[in-house]
Design a protein around this ligand. Structure first.
Ligand SMILES: [Zn+2]
Length: 81
């Protein structure tokens, strides 16, 4: 059984502001603020919509759940606020 985290809502087209690059790609990561351009490593601000941020939060929760299911024996003591 696998949880589908591949929500189309979180897909975002990002354009690299670097004048020498201008690469455009579909970002599907879960970073809250910055995406890294795969070509020039430029850090690009992601302007998520409120809806997309909600989806991100849900994905992160799912990931945490999956981690704690797998990681039996290792206590997760990281408090992410
Ligand atoms: Zn770039």
């Amino acid at each position: 059984m696998s949880i589908c985290t591949d929500l189309p809502n979180k897909m975002k087209t990002i354009k690299c502001p670097n004048k020498r690059c201008k690469h455009e790609w579909n970002y599907s990561g879960t970073a809250r603020f910055y995406a890294t351009c795969p070509i020039c490593r430029y850090k690009v601000w992601i302007d998520w919509t409120a809806e997309q941020l909600e989806v991100l939060e849900q994905i992160k929760e799912l990931e945490e759940e999956m981690k704690s299911e797998q990681g039996v024996g290792s206590n997760n003591k990281e408090d992410e606020v």
